[in-house]
Every structure is written in C-alpha cells, then in structure tokens.
Design a binder for this molecule. Structure first.
Ligand code: ZN
Length: 431
C-alpha cells in the first residue's frame, strides 16, 4: 500500500472511532437544540434587562428585584419558587430557590448567584452591546450563567422533556460577599444538596474543552507569639531568651520549609505586627505596634490564609503548623488558631464521571473532549459548600473576561452554544 493511501486509511479509521465515541444526537436532543436557538435572542434581551438592575451584594433591594424577575420566569416553566430570607442582622437579601419535582434520572442542583461585586456607588452600572461582546456589571459573573440555567430548562420544558425530573435551582444573593455565619447563609443549599445527586455550577466557563472538577478551599489562621520583655542587652541569655520576633521568624521559616512544596497547598502570612505592644484588628484588616530597638519584643501577631485541595490536606497542614508552633525558642511562647471559610471541592471519581457526560455532550455538539481545568487557577465558589454531599462540576456558565473589574464583558457568540451544552447535559443526566 502506498504511504499516502495508508495515511488516508488511518485518517478514516480515526474519524470513524471519534464518531463512535461521540454519541450521535437523538431526535429529541435536536429538538432541544432548536428551542435553544429559537429562544436565544430573548435570552440576550433578558440578560440586558437584569444586568441593568444594580444587584451589588449589599444592595439587598436590588438583589431581591433581580431575584423576583428570575422567580417569575422559573414559575412560567413549571418550577415552584421560594425566597429564603436571611435574618436582618446579616444584611443580605436572601436566596432564590426554584424546584421541579420528579423521580426521573439523577437529581440535580443547579447553582448560580444574583449578586455582583458592583455596588450602587460603582461607576459601572449599564449593559453595553459592542457587536459580538457586551460589557456589563455581572454580565458574565454571573447573570449570564443564571440565564443559561433558565434557558436550558426552558428548552427542556418546551419540548416536554422537563417532565418528571428532579431539579433544584439555587441562586444565592450573597456569593460575592457571603453572609455570616455561613451555617445560616449556606444552610439552604446544603439542605438542597442532601436531596440531590449532582451539582452543576454555572460560574464562568474557561473554554468548551474544560470543566472545573475541583476547587481549592480557603481558610485562615492567626498566630500569636510572646516573649519576655527585657533590656535588649540580655537577648539570647538564659534569663531573657530570644524574644517574640525571633520566635515568629523561626515559625514562619519552618512553615515555609515544611509546607511550601506541597502540591495544591498554599498559605500566606498576610499581615504581621510585633514589638513591645501589638494589636491586630481582624475586621479592619489592620494593626498597630509599638516597640524600641533596645527592648526585647514581647508580642507578635500574624494573620494568614491557607488554601487546600481536600479536607485531609487542610488537616494535615494544620497539624504540621501546630507541631512547629509548639517548639518554642527560649523564653517564648506561641499559639495558633485556625478558622474555616470555603471547604474544598476535591477531584473525586464522581466528579470525573459527571465530566465524562459533559465530554460526551461536547463531542456530540462537535466541540471536542472536555478535560479537567487546573484547580490552582480557580478560586473558591458556592459549589464547594455542597461538594461533600454531591458529585459535581463547575464552569458551565458564560465565556467572557474581566470579572470583578469595570471591564467585565461577556462573549455573545458563544452564549447559544453554552446554553445548548447545558440543556443537553441536564437532559442526559436526568434520563
Ligand atoms: Zn460568581
């Protein structure tokens, strides 16, 4: 056989096996896609409408108005809606939950958020169409993602394929600045997760061929170090010891040596105050210190963050840190406290299975295989709170850039395709 013929035969075989891998679209699936196409213009108009309403996290009224608009739309496609208010002292609008009840296929939890980082005093308030993109506060992060959820479900509703499915939509009013305590602000979504098999997060997409199957969790720590206050002439002596600042430098240096090479783990001392007297105010992220060069320092405070890929990694790191803290240079003492913020979403086998279904959908649509996005490149998100209870993937929302800046924009050309992908994914998971 001539080499050229061999190559073309191989090419045919490769194409053939690719076609086998890519499940062909069924009649019903094609119908779903045609409904997404039919509704796409209305979806973009709806996006403009909701982006033009300010819903900065602290603007509870605006968040509620946007929530009410989504509420009405979910009702129209047969979902039961419920506004979950937060206690007044939390100063948050609350969350919109919408539910379709049934017992067909996997039970899904679809996650979005109503709030944006742009408060009422931000100069960035309006939607602005610029041909293939649109600028707007929250256009990509993530009013666009909420609309992908809505219009994916709408296409299923219009084709009669939403029937008997069990789907909960959770649109938080405080994703950008979570209401505290988290035990209250994240209670509803955790309850919903306990009644669901799979969570799908519609935060921004990093590309058609990528999905987020892991997000690192975030947490904090505070180190308090003490030394003996004495004349500096006596430092290193048996009587006066090393002082709080040397002890702190020992601790931080050992943290660095022991932990800085752990994959997916990062920790950062963000602020340090020390001297004869030192005060650190966590709420204000600031501190003050007083000390003299001829006095051995008696107090140091350090506050830092810690990000991790799994609860085990977090616990292991904390244990290592505690062991280091407990050693102490002469005449010093130290204690460390930890607190939790976002849990980790670990890259579990279950998450990979959901990604495989998405990958199948993507191939059916001619967009190629989907692989896992690097968790180091993504921050924490709401899906992390339910990762302990469900399988899940995130990054199913819009494409765009500049989130959290006044240059935020959404790619309008990919919007329809992303809605199609979401609709088919929901459809296949609920069969
Ligand atoms: Zn977001």
């Amino acid at each position: 056989m001539k080499p050229l013929k061999l190559i073309s035969l191989i090419a045919v075989l490769v194409l053939f096996s690719a076609a086998l891998n890519a499940q062909k679209l069924t009649k019903k699936e094609k119908k779903i896609l045609s409904h997404v196409e039919k509704n796409n213009k209305a979806a973009i108009t709806f996006l403009e409408e909701v982006v033009n309403i300010n819903s900065g996290t602290m603007n509870a009224k605006g968040v509620r108005i946007v929530g009410d608009i989504f509420d009405a739309e979910f009702k129209k496609i047969g979902l039961q809606t419920d506004w979950k208010s937060m206690p007044a002292e939390m100063k948050r609008a609350g969350h919109l939950f919408a539910e379709h009840t049934g017992n067909k296929g996997k039970r899904l939890l679809l996650i979005g958020h109503l709030d944006t980082v742009f408060e009422e005093d931000s100069p960035f308030q309006k939607y602005e169409n610029q041909d293939t993109i649109a600028l707007g506060p929250g256009a990509a992060d993530m009013k666009g993602g909420n609309i992908i959820i809505l219009y994916a479900l709408k296409a299923l509703y219009e084709t009669g394929l939403l029937k008997d499915t069990q789907i909960i939509v959770a649109l938080h009013g405080d994703e950008e600045e979570t209401g505290k305590p988290l035990t209250i602000s994240r209670k509803n979504i955790i309850d919903a997760a306990k009644r669901s098999d799979i969570a799908l997060g519609f935060e921004g997409s990093t590309g058609f061929t990528e999905a987020t199957i892991a997000r690192r969790g975030s947490s904090g720590w505070e180190l308090e170090v003490t030394g003996k206050r004495a004349h500096s002439a006596g430092i290193f002596s048996e009587n006066d010891g090393a002082g709080a600042i040397f002890e702190t430098s020992r601790i931080l240096h050992e943290f660095y040596n022991e932990l800085s090479n752990t994959k997916y783990l990062t920790f950062n001392p963000g602020i340090i105050v020390g001297g004869t007297f030192a005060e650190y105010k966590k709420d204000e992220a600031s501190g003050t210190a007083f000390g003299k060069t001829n006095v051995i320092p008696q107090t140091v405070k350090v506050a830092g963050g810690l990000r991790f890929i799994s609860e085990k990694q977090k616990e292991d790191a904390r244990n290592t840190m505690k062991t280091i803290v407990e050693k102490h240079l002469p005449k010093t003492g130290a204690t460390i406290k930890f607190w939790d913020s976002y849990p980790a979403m670990a890259p579990t086998e279950g998450n990979k299975k959901v990604m495989a279904v998405l990958s199948g959908v993507s191939q059916s649509l001619g967009d190629g295989k989907v692989i896992a996005y690097d968790p180091m490149k993504r921050g924490a998100a709401d899906i992390s709170f339910v990762a302990a209870y469900t399988d899940g993937i995130d990054g199913l929302g819009t494409m765009g850039e500049g989130a959290h800046t006044p240059e935020e924009w959404i790619d309008l050309r990919t919007f329809e395709m992303l809605t199609k992908r979401a609709a088919l994914l929901i459809y296949r998971l609920t069969r």
